[in-house]
Design a protein around this ligand. Sequence first.
Ligand code: NAG
Ligand code: NAG
Ligand code: NAG
Ligand code: NAG
Ligand code: NAG
Length: 356
Amino acid sequence: MRFLDLILLVITVSSCFLSEVCSSLLNGCDLFQGSWVYDESYPIYDSSKCPFVGGGFDCQGNGRPDNSYLKYRWSPSGCEIPRFDGQDFLKRYEGKSIMFVGDSLSHNQWRSFSCMLHAAVPNMNYTESAERGGMFYLNFTDYKVSLVFIRNVYLVDLVVENSERILKIDTISSGDAWKNADVAIFNTWHWWLHTGRLQAWDKIQEGNMTYKDLDRVVAFEKGLTTWSKWVGQNINHQTTQVYYLGISPVHYNGTEWGSPGRRTTCANQTEPIGGSVYPGGQISGQPVVQRVLSKMTSPVYLLDVTLLSQLRKDGHPSQYTNKEHKGLDCSHWCNAGVPDTWNHLFYASIALPNLC
Ligand SMILES: *[C@@H]1O[C@H](CO)[C@@H](O)[C@H](O)[C@H]1NC(C)=O
Ligand SMILES: *[C@@H]1O[C@H](CO)[C@@H](O)[C@H](O)[C@H]1NC(C)=O
Ligand SMILES: *[C@@H]1O[C@H](CO)[C@@H](O)[C@H](O)[C@H]1NC(C)=O
Ligand SMILES: *[C@@H]1O[C@H](CO)[C@@H](O)[C@H](O)[C@H]1NC(C)=O
Ligand SMILES: *[C@@H]1O[C@H](CO)[C@@H](O)[C@H](O)[C@H]1NC(C)=O
């Protein structure tokens, strides 16, 4: 997009709120409805030059042979998003901290954004802290912009009592660190579904009731509601902008996108799904996210990335998740790749300030 177009775009943006959830509508154009178009100028950064890619997300480094998946740009149906300008972001957010709180999808997003900013000013100085208690910390010291990832897969409390792991879906006691952020981008979903060996709790507790198990989508709604109340009671909206990253989809079942092969997964997928419709439909948690966020009385911006990510069956690490152990990862995303678009849309919400 040319500079003049951007000016025109900015001055024609209308202020629109969807109840209190900040809108993604730009003159009626939804930034999260659109399709992927091939763009030779992509990706936004060269992953081999980024020190923050992350081993499991470094598909090219792990030997992924194809690279056209790097060359798709998200194109909303009725409008354009401003080009990603990392220097502009660094200047706007000088002295500020951006915090990503959630599961490994937040980790994916944090690493992507670190690479996007790093590529904008390649010689930028930075300090990095080793992981401590699930917290990862990066500071681009020339701009004093810090990017923090806090691993917290449920947002609500997970405690050990009498050697039992209890998921307390109505309390949040680890939120103090989140209040210090200038921008906080939250996400939780995947761990609510885990069963068997991957299930991280033995019991669910709500008030004085305990459950051996609950319908997982019901539990998610209760947990997310607890989070939404916590935001309302604890976040000062004058100093902290709150975002929620919509559900990130997996691609383990090719039947969803009409693949003829019975066992088709994301493996060997090299192209996105064309058009603006995911044949597999909505994810069960999506209406929950809509419902909980629309009841919030404090402003929160939904980065509604589910559909655009659903169309990217080609964007996962698949067999290239790790150099040594080639498992199959159709849940996380390659960096560079799809999370760059999540962050680009985050940037758009800032560069088009009347959206929120
Ligand atoms: C990095 O720090 C050095 C020493 O302070 C400074 O000369 C240089 O300009 C910095 N780099 C950038 C890109 O600001
Ligand atoms: C980031 O680094 C700058 C420069 O060293 C420092 O002044 C600032 O306090 C750091 N930011 C945070 C959040 O620690
Ligand atoms: C459980 O909590 C509810 C509401 O706080 C209370 O009315 C009830 O008496 C409690 N039940 C037990 C067994 O403590
Ligand atoms: C795969 O997706 C199809 C179509 O949505 C569905 O009918 C089927 O149950 C799914 N299979 C599994 C194992 O989840
Ligand atoms: C992916 O492609 C490789 C190389 O052509 C092949 O060996 C492998 O079986 C394919 N995997 C799947 C799941 O289709």
